[in-house]
Design a protein around this ligand. Sequence first.
Ligand code: UD1
Length: 426
Amino acid sequence: MDKLKIIGGPGLKGKIQISGAKNAALPLMAASLLSNETITLKNVPHLVDITTMANLLMHMGLEISMNGTNQGIGHTLSLKSNDSIETKATYDLVRKMRASVLVMGPLLAKHKETYVSMPGGCAIGTRPIDLHLKGLEALGAKVTLEEGYAHLIAENGLVGGDYEFPVISVTGTENIMMAACLAKGTTRLFNVAKEPEIVDLANLLIKMGAKIEGAGTQTLTIHGVESLSGATHDIVPDRIEMGTYIMAAGITNGEIEITNGDLTLLPTVVDLLKKTGLEFIEKDKGFIVRRKDPKKPLKAISVSTNPYPDFPTDLQAQYMAMMVTAEGDCTITENIFENRFMHIAELLRMGANIHIDGSVATVKGVKELIGADVMATDLRASASLVLAGLAAKGETIVHRIYHLDRGYEHIETKLSECGALVERTH
Ligand code: UD1
C-alpha cells in the first residue's frame, strides 16, 4: 500500500493550480443519465472517486470517453447514456463510494425504476440515505427495501411535489433536484443545501434544458420538462482542495500563489483564516496566501462546522492540524458527522495537545510537532496528517494514502513543486 514520506520544515513557496471540484464532478457525471445526448465535462480531476463513478456508469451501459478516446488521458470527459441501460447500482460499486447513490434520482426519473444498494456505514459515521428516499417519495416514487437494496418505482413517471429537508443534505438535494427536472409539474424543495457544487449542478442542468430557480438559496423550484439535451460544462474549482493548500501555506509559514482558485467559494473560511493571522493578496487569476507577520505564530480561533456558507466539515481536520501549533487554545466543534475526529489520535502521536468531549475538541497550542508514523481512515483526515507532517520536526510517514488519492489530484507533485520534501513510497 502506498505511503507518503514527508520531511517537515520548509515553508512552502511556489504556485499551486487548483483542480476541478470532485464533489461537483460526481453529481455532474450522474446528471448525464438524464439525457441520451452527450454531456461534456471540462476540468475533471484525475481522482479515484471519479474513476469509481465512471466505472459505475460504464457498467450501466453509458459510453464514456476522456479527451475524445476510450483510453484518453486528459480532463475532458464525455458521457452518453441511452434508453436500454442497466438501472441497478450494485453493492460492490456503491460500497466503494457513497456518492454512487447520486445515480438514484436520475435513473428513477428517466427509466421509472432503479435498484440502488444502500451504502451502509462509513468511517465518518452512519450516513443514512433516508432523506434521499423520502424526497423521491414526495415525487411519487414507491420505495421498498429488499436485501440491502432500495427498490424505487414510478410506474407512470415522477410527479412534481413539495419536500422539506429536516436536515440539510448536499447529495440529498442533488438527487431530488436531478429527479425533479423530468417530473411532471412543479417541485418545491425547502431547506436545501446551498453549496457552490449545488449551483454548478443546477447550471449544467439548466444548460441541458431544465427549469430550475433558486440554486444557491434555501428553496429550489423546479418545473419539470419532457426531456433534456446534451451540454458542455466547465467544473467549478475545488474549494476544499484550495482550503487545504491555503492551510499548507499557513502551517509551514510559507507563501503560495493559488491559481484557478476563487476565494468567494470559501467566504467564512477566508474570514476566519484572516483572524488566525493569514493574509490574502488577490491576483489576476487567483491569489497569494501567507502569514501577515511571518515572525509570529498563528492565533488560535475557535470554529464550528455547519452547512455552507458556514465552515465546511471537509476542512475541519486540516484546520485542526493548523491550530495544533497556533498560539493559545481553541475549540473545534463538528456538527455534521458524529465520528469525524479520527485524525486526533494520530495528531496526539505527533505531540499535539487535544482533548475531546463529544463533538467538541479543545486544542491547546504546542510549540512544535514531531514526525511519526501515522495512518488515517478517511480522505480529509489524511490531508490533515499531511499538513501536520509538513510542519513537524523530522520524518512523518502517512500510511494508507489511497484515501488521499480519492480527493487530491497529484498531491505530492503539487506540494513538491512548492519545495515540500514529500515522496510516495510502496
Ligand atoms: C457531501 C459531500 C461530503 C461532505 C458533506 C457535508 C459529496 C459527494 N460529498 O456528503 O464531502 O462532507 O456533503 O458537507 O458532495 N443525512 C441523513 N440522511 C440522509 C442524508 C444525510 O441523516 O439521507 C445526514 C448525514 O448523516 C449528515 C448530514 O445529514 O449528518 C449531512 O450529510 P450530507 O450533506 O447528506 O452529506 P453527503 O451529501 O453525503
